[in-house]
Design a protein around this ligand. Structure first.
Ligand code: CIR
Length: 264
């Protein structure tokens, strides 16, 4: 049986941004995002998922959780089942319980990450042969070790790696491009985590482009990163540029706004 690529997806879950996103978490305050513009970026993203052949389930806005549109963080999903995470930011912790019923409805197998550790989906990079768990300010060692057991129970091959200092999530600085290739910042790849894989480096000044998203035959890339777009096009990838300038104000990119999986 031929193995499907890990970026072959036919389903996704997203959540409508709530108006409290203007109060979303951010490391550096460069101004609050404009709610109407966030809605527009989100809507274009959902359309791009659908155009890529993905059936999208849209969950309602959750006003109690400013960052709840970033559904990637409170859960992990695979063909084999889902994991309810324990987000490492206290203001986001309750998002996991909000997501759990949807996962139980959609997946036969749902595993809850046991307490007391913490882990965010943004720290998890799924490669063809392994699942990387990046330690960060949101994913601690206890959480990473517990997640290792959850992933093994789903038949995955987890490895724990490090996220550079001052980088929010492991995947803020990298993404999968194909079975053998990743897009990464120089500072993240310098740690040697991708040795053995082909690495395309984000051009200097375009580190924010590293959070791209491979979906089926295309790669979503932030439209504010022309050098990265040109580099990926020259390498033969079908690039879909998407606006991310508003969500970037709350440290978000293209992977954060969906949970993606392939039904069996
Ligand atoms: C946060 O700090 O949690 C949000 N403002 C941004 C989350 C981005 N999520 C992701 O990269 N997976």
């Amino acid at each position: 049986m031929q193995t499907k690529p890990v970026y072959a997806f036919d389903h996704a879950i997203v959540r409508i941004p709530c108006s409290a996103i203007v109060n979303g978490l951010r490391a550096v305050d460069i101004g609050a995002p404009d709610y109407a513009k966030v809605l527009a970026e989100h809507s274009a993203y959902v359309k791009a998922l659908e155009a890529a052949g993905v059936t999208v389930e849209t969950l309602p806005a959750l006003d109690a959780y400013p960052d709840s549109m970033f559904v990637e963080d409170p859960a992990l999903v695979f063909t084999e089942g889902a994991i309810v995470m324990r987000p490492g930011a206290s203001s986001r912790f309750g998002e996991a319980a909000e997501m759990a019923p949807t996962l139980k409805h959609r997946f036969d197998r749902v595993i809850e990450l046991p307490s007391p550790g913490f882990a965010d989906g943004g720290d998890i990079l799924v490669l063809q042969d392994r699942v990387m768990i990046g330690l960060s300010d949101r994913t601690n060692e206890t959480g990473a070790e517990a997640l290792t057991e959850c992933l093994k129970a789903l038949g995955k091959n987890p490895v724990i790696v490090r996220t550079p200092a001052n980088v929010l999530h492991f995947k803020s600085d990298c993404s999968l491009l194909d079975e053998n290739t990743v897009l990464a910042t120089k500072r993240l790849a310098a740690g040697g985590v991708f040795d053995g894989l082909k690495i395309l480096f984000t051009p200097d000044g375009e580190e924010g482009a590293a959070n791209a998203l491979r979906i089926n035959d295309r790669v979503f890339v932030g439209s504010a990163f022309p050098q990265t777009i040109a580099m990926l096009q020259n390498a033969g990838y079908a690039v879909v540029p998407l606006a991310t300038s508003e969500i970037a104000k709350v440290d978000a990119g293209l992977s954060c706004m969906s949970l993606r999986w392939r039904a069996a």
